[in-house]
Ligand binder design. Structure first.
Ligand code: FDA
Length: 318
């Protein structure tokens, strides 16, 4: 029952102010968020990719990253332009790091104005220069997926971007009933597809509610992606799903470099290294910025132990 309450809290402005101002929050946030500045994000990127910038090509054992400048649900056009500019600054910094696709960018279209009037066009116009700059810097952009009301618009923006920048990727969520069909068409188009379970509170009319149903749907989606022409990005920390993905990759002849695993910064770091040492491509999702509240609440909602840890640090410091 805690999960839904935390996901509802993720949207509360009052709680945002309360939690963000509590001094004890910081150490817990630091587990999941690289820091507040671009420099913080670059420091974590260098540590994870673990190689001096002049060495090109991904070596076995090195991790890759996707960087997320935190922020979502902007309420006016000026904020949307600020997101665009922050992402352009990120891409410029990554270009100097010369990491190529080892450091790519994740974006939430609601931070580019998707929910504002005329939002689909607005978000497309704002994200386009970021994708152009990323391509020029030798890297890629992946569109995160937000709540179910945004899926059609996000996939439409993806299609438009892929006409010129076919390596643009997208996340899809196995908890949504529609996602197997979305995987079929994305796989047919050869897209880069990040498969996740889904992190928002969705109604039973559109999404599986039971964990087992979400996991079974995840496996069906994996099969579709590994059988088709997609570039699968298997984004989960779930040991059973990781094992099934490796089995499917072997069965369908997916060699290193034709799919990747993705995990969140601060979650199962030892497993990230183990998979990379075993020769797999592993990308860590690294969020940074001041607007960490909603992201942080979703991480708490995913695992009751995180909340216990957070509550304990509140009690011991107060
Ligand atoms: P599950 O929640 O069952 O966790 C399996 C195990 O992983 C747990 O038992 C625990 O050991 C560990 N674990 C998982 N989450 C943890 C946490 N927060 N803290 C500590 N341990 C944890 N969602 C979305 O809706 N849109 C998106 O665009 C994305 N993007 C995205 C990118 C990447 C790279 C990842 C890994 C995930 C996302 N997600 C996402 C989030 C995703 O939908 C999902 O909520 C989380 O990945 C948790 O689900 P798992 O598949 O890990 O399984």
């Amino acid at each position: 029952m805690l999960g839904p309450a935390l996901l509802a809290a993720a949207r509360s402005d009052r709680l945002r102010r309360l939690v963000s101002a509590a001094p004890v929050t910081r150490p817990v946030v630091d587990r999941f968020v690289a820091g507040e500045s671009l420099d913080d994000a670059l420091a974590v990127t260098r540590r994870l990719t673990g190689q001096p910038p002049e060495r090109a090509g991904a070596a076995a054992g090195a991790l890759e990253v996707t960087l997320d400048h935190l922020g979502e649900q902007v309420t006016d056009r000026v904020q949307a332009l600020r997101t665009r500019d922050a992402c352009l600054a990120l891409v410029e910094a990554l270009a100097s790091e010369r990491l190529g696709e080892r450091a790519e960018v994740s974006v939430k279209l609601s931070a580019f104005g998707q929910a504002l009037p005329g939002g689909q066009d607005l978000a497309y116009r704002n994200v386009l220069p970021v994708v152009e700059a990323a391509t020029a810097a030798g890297t890629t952009v992946t569109l995160d997926m937000e709540d179910h009301t945004t899926v059609d618009s996000t996939l439409a923006i993806l299609r438009a971007l892929r006409e010129r920048f076919p390596r643009t990727g997208v996340a899809v969520q196995s908890y949504l009933f529609r996602t197997e069909e979305d995987c079929e068409s994305l796989a047919a188009s050869g897209a880069r597809v990040r498969l996740v379970k889904g992190a928002y509170r969705e109604p039973p009319s559109v999404a599986h509610q039971a964990r087992r149903a979400v996991d079974l749907a995840y496996v069906r989606c994996l099969r579709i992606l590994f059988c088709g022409a997609a570039y699968p990005m298997v984004a989960t920390h779930d040991p059973r799903l990781l094992a099934i993905a490796q089995e499917l990759a072997a069965r369908h002849g997916h060699a290193r470099g034709t799919f990747e695993f993705q995990m969140l910064h601060g979650v199962r770091a030892a497993e990230q290294r183990r998979l990379a040492d075993a020769g797999h491509r592993v990308r860590v999702y690294v969020p940074y910025g001041t607007d960490w509240y909603a992201y942080f609440m979703r991480r708490l909602a995913e695992r009751p132990a995180n909340l216990t840890f957070f509550a304990r640090s509140l009690l011991t410091r107060s």
